[in-house]
Design a protein around this ligand. Structure first.
Ligand SMILES: NC(=O)c1ccc[n+]([C@@H]2O[C@H](COP(=O)([O-])OP(=O)(O)OC[C@H]3O[C@@H](n4cnc5c(N)ncnc54)[C@H](OP(=O)(O)O)[C@@H]3O)[C@@H](O)[C@H]2O)c1
Length: 306
């Protein structure tokens, strides 16, 4: 399975992270089985957020680790804070500190490996974020820090105040949600795809050694559904299926391979709760699509090459 270097750290981590947003769709026994299965496959990087299942996902995960007697140092746990669902975004010192205490309590652990700020807060006071990150690091509650859904200038604003590096930026990316790639190919044009909606975040992250973590890698729209085997994406599926046949793998593998083929060393956050599908995603990480295949898939999703 492919590994990637995480941000500016010296850590080599799996290119596939287990997304835990849907963990509470499983009961305790199934959750234990799923986490154990993932670990047996070498997938030891887990992505959480304080809001997933209103905290239930972290609680379930913490219980599973105890049942499995997993050594804490053998896994990488990442969580996020900063969203108060339906109310506001909050990057204040108080909110960050309280959120991390809640995360640690629910996960039943002394520290998390990485904390991400979940979505940009319009009222952010970067010196407060810096104070919180500093204290969390010194107290040993958080080892590394990152962001999610942020543009370059928002990260730059934080970096002016932070003493630590931003190691990751978690962003929505799938074949059908590839605007961060698309606008780089339609530069200076009047096409819809030429619109730069993210401040060239892909190039910025590459320039600054920030790992892009792709969330919802198999979904289209904003949680509208899976594009694979979906008639709305007939052309895309025909091409993916043809390439899947060539490699003797499933369409899931090819959709994963398309993200992982990008030289930005993207980490894919897989939201499946199905171990067989996880095997397919791992197979995808072992396939190096040709340049021609990568572009063929890109075009079949309705994109253009000017
Ligand atoms: N930072 C953010 O703002 C943000 C936002 C959303 C999510 N996330 C993170 O990203 C992770 C992944 O998000 P996601 O769950 O929306 O992503 P996803 O991996 O694209 O979607 C997984 C869902 O699609 C289903 N699915 C159906 N057919 C599939 C196929 N052929 N291949 C793969 N999955 C298939 C899965 O069902 P089965 O379980 O039956 O396979 C599962 O319900 C989350 O767990 C969370 O950690 C972050």
């Amino acid at each position: 399975m492919k590994n990637i270097k995480l941000g500016k750290t010296n850590l080599s981590v799996p290119a596939i992270s287990i997304g835990c947003m849907r963990l509470n769709s499983l009961d305790e026994k199934l959750a234990v089985n799923y986490i154990n299965g993932a670990l047996e496959k070498g997938l030891n990087y887990f992505d959480h957020a304080d809001i997933y299942g209103n905290g239930e996902c972290e609680i379930l995960f913490g219980k599973a680790l105890k049942i499995l007697k997993t050594k804490r140092e053998n896994i990488f746990i990442q969580s996020k804070c900063g969203i108060v669902p339906g109310v506001m975004y909050d990057f204040s010192y108080k909110h960050i500190m309280e959120s991390v205490d809640g995360i640690l309590q629910r996960l039943d652990t002394d520290y998390i490996d990485m904390l991400l700020l979940h979505r940009p807060d319009a009222l952010v006071e970067p010196d407060e974020v810096a104070k919180a990150f500093d204290e969390l690091r010194v107290k040993g509650k958080v080892k590394y820090f990152g962001v999610s859904n942020m543009k370059p200038m928002q990260i730059e604003l934080l970096r002016k105040y932070l003493k630590c590096d931003i190691q990751a930026n978690q962003l929505q990316l799938s074949i059908t949600n590839s605007q961060m790639i698309r606008h780089g190919l339609e530069v200076n044009m009047f096409t819809e795809g030429s619109l730069d909606r993210d401040g060239s975040i892909l190039d910025y992250c590459r320039l600054n050694d920030i790992t892009i973590q792709a969330w919802s890698p198999f979904q289209y729209g904003f949680f509208e559904g899976v594009f694979l085997d979906n008639d709305k994406f007939y052309q895309l599926n025909s091409v993916i299926n043809m390439i899947a046949e060539k490699y003797g793998v499933s369409n899931t593998s090819i959709a994963a391979a398309w993200i992982l083929r990008h030289p930005a060393n993207i980490q894919l956050i897989a939201g499946t709760m199905n171990l067989n599908r996880l095997d397919d995603i791992i197979k995808g990480s072992e396939i190096q699509l040709t340049r021609e295949e990568w572009y063929k898939i890109y075009l079949s999703a309705g994109n253009i090459l000017p």
